[in-house]
Design a protein around this ligand. Structure first.
Ligand code: ADP
Ligand code: MG
Length: 746
């Protein structure tokens, strides 16, 4: 451990510690480079050291945890050969103890001789005075925890100083919790943490009674009590949420600094458009449209999130507001129209929106375009004004660029550089959680070729970077707890669609056990005979290689369809999976829509947005492999009309927890309830779409705490109000920049 100068948080770990190649590799894998990284690599849990005993110090009656190596193990029969029994001897550096397990013949397969193990159980005493443990819980361990290490190591820690709580770190092959413990010990002894500046202003820490960074670092790695570690975790959770909120607030400000098209709405025309819907709008749909139109009249760009449970009717809101945009002219110009772009995550969904828009706009002289990876279309066709037509990409791009096609629906294909707009005033992103930050960002930054001065002509930012940015409407059915929304969507205004279209009946949801299959199929037959249609969802397949996963998935769909042909003779069955070409997928969806197919066997590709109102039955195989929120999304496919809808959930799982989780689907009224349920039962890590949010496990702890999130929000707002560019808070700027960079990198 030779070193020429003092260690700081910026020093490389390699320069402080002598590392084995395997340790280097492990650190690389954990992305730990500097001492700072090491300090912020937090333990995931702690073992209470007070329970752990040395074998030489055990006494009869102790409920003990011991660590040792198995020196011998043998299966025999006890008591006149009736009861199977396994006998072993376990040893640590202080002594040896005999261990027996009755009625557990598999123990021998579980643990091996010479293997380090953890034993938990009661210590007994034989007539001979020898101690033993009977039926202890046994676990193979990779290494021994700190306290049972050699006396030398203990001396190193210092007898009095023995940690009461032993940290367990996220490990990687080649590096252990023990290594982290000693490494951090050294860092602390050097006082590295003392020299580090705290990014959170003193006043805030004081106000909420949070420990300083240097204290919290010690407390999280070497807590003397649960209270220490809890206080430290609370501080870091606050910090993370606070910084994410600052990042979102900064982004929001930056976006709103741009100019946007000011859109004047002709209310009478809009009303006329709305009355053409075959239903009247729900109150919350009306309110959402109102809020959006209100924003259109401002001179700054809107950035709004429309959140509504599956089936709540978000598309209509997008359509009505798009109508308002494309029937407006650029300010000060009496020709040309403003344009709107609608982006969806799958081709199926893009097609569906294209067709819905055609239905809603067909009475108007407004052209609608569709662009996906597999080609371009436009409505109406010149030859037959009632149908759409395919056209070359070049022609399509030209017409979008010169503004002739005002409404453009598409997939990611919309983002490509070659797609240029003349007056892009409005961007709708459907199922926004399906897109990465970068993808969303790219669509918003489409350069407008418009020569028309923006609404805030002459304003400080007019003309900057191409001038005008579109108003943004993000749509999602992802039900997330309010705390999370406040944090990760801090850059967006939130509008909820809180009521469902009238007449929707609750989906009758049944949990089907293996022996009840036939009964369920008979029920489905009744619906099919009544003219309804059904989805059958194949189980999710977890496979790290996406190509392989798709292939396996496709195979299971094909096989399931074959099996169902026997069960539902006389009904047409179609299949849909990710290996099919977009053209084939589209054809199948069309058949399903037009009822040429009765049963659609598919993967969860139908999960997002697909809308076939006559399909009222859904069967979900292997349901335990889906999250509750995702099951709810899937189930939402059949809540699209006033017909009674049915959902059959098949599960092979026998574990109580899994079944309880699935049962909660029966009663939950909406996705929000289920998201809260998932949060409680499976932990924050399982929340739908979690990966995109860029929040660590510790940050997610804060998400369960509304008070903390609100406090962070209050402080972040106040700080950004005073110091929007973080000029007086360089450390915060550094961290917030890092969050931005990470988001754009994903
Ligand atoms: P989601 O919010 O899940 O995207 P959609 O926009 O696909 O939902 O709408 C689901 C179904 O509900 C569609 O068939 C749509 O035509 C219908 N719908 C939307 N709004 C209403 C309403 N106010 N009354 C009745 N049906 C409606
Ligand atoms: Mg939708």
């Amino acid at each position: 451990m030779a070193r020429a100068h003092t260690i700081t948080e910026k020093t490389n770990i390699e320069d402080v510690f002598r590392l084995l190649p395997s340790q280097k590799k492990a650190l690389q894998k954990l992305r730990l480079v500097t001492v700072h990284d090491l300090l912020f690599h937090f333990p995931t849990r702690y073992e209470s050291a007070s329970q752990i005993q040395k074998i030489g110090e055990l006494a009869p009656g102790d409920e003990a945890v011991v660590y040792g190596t198995i020196t011998s193990i043998k299966a025999t029969k006890a008591f006149r050969k009736k009861i199977p029994m396994t006998k072993a001897t376990v040893k640590d550096h202080t002594g040896t103890i005999e261990v027996v397990w009755f009625h557990q013949p598999y123990i021998e397969k579980l643990v091996n001789a010479h293997q380090p193990v953890e034993l938990r159980g009661r210590v007994g005493k034989k007539k001979s005075g020898e101690l033993f443990m009977a039926n202890p819980k046994v676990k193979n361990v990779a290494t021994f925890p700190l306290v049972t290490t050699t006396p030398l190591a203990r001396a190193d820690i210092g007898a009095k100083d023995t940690p009461l709580m032993l940290p367990t770190y996220p490990e990687s092959r080649g590096i252990t919790s023990r290594w982290f413990y000693y490494a951090l010990r050294k860092i602390f002894v050097e006082g590295v943490h003392e020299a580090m500046e705290d990014p959170i202003p003193q006043a805030i820490l004081k106000k909420y009674n949070l420990p300083s960074q240097k204290t919290a670092l010690v407390w999280i790695h070497e807590p003397k009590s649960e209270a220490d570690s809890a206080a430290a975790r609370k501080r870091f959770a606050f910090e993370e949420v606070f910084l994410i909120q600052l990042e979102r607030m900064r982004r929001r400000r930056a976006y709103r600094e741009n100019a946007a098209f000011e859109i004047d709405i002709d209310h009478a025309e809009l009303k006329g458009f709305k009355t053409r819907f075959p239903f009247s709008l729900t109150e919350s749909q009306e309110r959402a449209i109102e809020a959006i139109i209100h924003d259109f009249r401002k001179q700054e760009p809107m950035s709004r999130l429309l959140e509504g449970d599956v089936g709540s009717g978000k598309t209509v809101v997008a359509a009505a507001t798009s109508f308002a945009v494309v029937t407006s002219r650029p300010k000060g110009q009496d020709f040309g129209n403003l344009q709107a772009a609608v982006m969806a995550p799958t081709e199926i969904l893009a097609h569906q929106h294209f067709n819905s828009f055609i239905t809603l706009f067909s009475h108007l002289p407004i052209q609608i375009g569709l662009i996906t990876g597999s080609g371009c279309k436009k409505f109406p066709s010149k030859v037959n004004p009632r149908i759409p037509t395919s056209l070359s990409r070049n022609q399509f791009l030209k017409w979008v660029e010169n503004g002739e096609i005002p409404i453009v629906v598409g997939t990611h294909a919309l983002i490509q550089k070659t797609v240029k707009f003349k007056h892009l005033a409005y961007v709708v992103i459907d199922e926004q959680h399906r897109f990465g930050t970068m993808q969303r960002f790219k669509l918003l930054n489409k350069k407008n070729l418009s020569a028309v001065p923006p609404a805030r002509a002459g304003g400080a930012h007019a003309g900057q970077a191409g001038g005008i940015v579109p108003h943004l409407l993000s749509m999602t059915a992802t039900p997330i707890p309010r705390t999370l929304a406040l944090t990760i969507h801090g850059d967006l205004d939130l509008t909820l669609l809180s009521d469902m279209p009238p007449g929707r009946k609750e989906i009758k949801t049944y949990l089907v056990f293996p022996h009840e299959r036939q009964y369920a199929y008979d029920e489905v037959k009744k619906e099919l005979r009544a003219g309804r249609q059904a989805y059958v969802i194949c189980p999710r397949i977890a496979e790290p290689d996406p190509g392989k996963q798709q292939a396996l998935y496709a195979k299971s769909v094909v096989e399931e369809a074959k099996r169902l042909k026997e069960i539902f003779p006389g009904h047409t069955i179609g299949i849909l999976h990710g290996k099919m070409t977009p053209h084939d997928k589209e054809a199948i969806m069309e058949y399903f829509k037009t009822k040429a197919i009765d049963i659609l066997v598919t993967t969860s590709v139908v999960e997002v947005g697909v809308n076939v109102p006559n399909a009222t039955v859904i069967l979900i195989e292997g349901a335990e492999r889906f999250g509750l929120a995702q099951l709810h999304q899937l189930r939402g496919r059949v809540l699209r009309s006033t017909h009674q809808a049915y959902c059959y959930i098949f599960s092979e799982s026998k574990t109580k927890g899994a079944l309880a989780r699935l049962k909660s689907l029966k009663h939950a009224r909406n996705g929000f309830e289920l998201a809260e349920e998932d949060l409680k039962m499976r932990g924050a890590g399982e929340l739908y779409g979690r990966k995109q949010w860029g929040i660590s496990d510790i940050g997610m702890e804060a998400i369960k705490n509304i008070k903390m999130v609100e406090a962070a929000h209050t402080e972040a707002s106040a700080l950004i109000e005073k110091d929007a560019a973080f000029e007086n808070h360089p450390l915060i700027k550094e961290r917030v920049d890092a969050i931005s960079a990470k988001m754009h990198f994903e």
